[in-house]
Ligand binder design. Sequence first.
Ligand SMILES: [Fe+2]
Length: 295
Amino acid sequence: MTGAGGNGSLETVISIADRDIYDADGVLLVAKGKKITPQIYQRLLERKVVLKRQGGEFTSPPPPRRTQDGEQVVAAVAKLTAAIPGLDQELIAAAAARVGELIENGRQSFWSIHLKTLVGYAGWVYSHSLNVALLAVMIGEKLGLARQAGQAVCLGALLHDVGMVLVPPEAINRADPLRPEEVLMVKQHPRVGCDMLRPLALEDAVLTVVGQHHERCDGSGYPAGIRGGEISLLASIVAVADTFDLYTSGRESRTGLEPHQALEAIKSEQHLFWPEVVAGLEAVLRPAWQNASGG
Ligand SMILES: [Fe+2]
């Protein structure tokens, strides 16, 4: 990092990152060229990132060897920031740290086995789960969720599709539409996911996210067809993140949208989700586009 002053700016800048800065798990915390403010510096210290001063300049240690999980989180972050230039670095770094930490700390947990099963089942379902977790955590942050609720969103998002293993992988991997019997199986995956996770003594809020992530506020969702306030706020956060990733992924008929098109599509379907969650998604994305355009 090279030293940098305020130059009359209202923002105090300690330094500029001279390289990507990672935590011990290999999660990207600050990208090269980004500003290190006192707040970010404090967070780096809290994350036990050692910053050295050399010849009057700050420098970070070389990135540590990353775990495979860390690599996948970093890859998900890289993909998201490539798709949405200007995304708030602090927000995405905090989300990546939370997702990476949860996976690392859960390594010995039974839920981790269900999550890892997705890698062998269909790699894209695992990547999708990471994408949804990152976005859901960022939306939760914008909504000011308390830490425990934020953790439930993160874990619920990671595990939301574990019940998909009920559906034969060839059904979800082929380009053709699902057969009627396969559609019925897909519509049971939230319930199956809950049944798989229930013996593990997870928080109720996590199971609710898994069980309700395809419910919609107008009652058109599945598996229960519940509506409005019957659906938990945390489940609606994961539903919006899930839908955004689906729309931008190129996997189904209405997919391959640009992020701004996906936001508009979700806003046009606002009646399906908690309105504040859709506003939360917009609060994550809109500043990113303004940053990217220099606005
Ligand atoms: Fe799902």
